[in-house]
Design a protein around this ligand. Sequence first.
Ligand SMILES: [Zn+2]
Length: 74
Amino acid sequence: MGKILLLIIIGLVVYALIRNYQRSLDKPAASAREHAVEDMVKCAHCGVNLPRSEAIYSGGDFFCTPEHKQLGKK
Ligand SMILES: [Zn+2]
């Protein structure tokens, strides 16, 4: 009976260590994901939000599509 109890305790300790290890692995990944989030900019014509890298910059304003860039600021 004592052996079984010991095995259960060892099992729980190993389980706790694995959980701790996984949590320590998850943390840097989560912060890296936050850093990957780009700045959002607003289309000066329709007001839609889009990532800065996908926006078209013209004359101090951002636009979502070339059409809106041509239509200009509303
Ligand atoms: Zn737009």
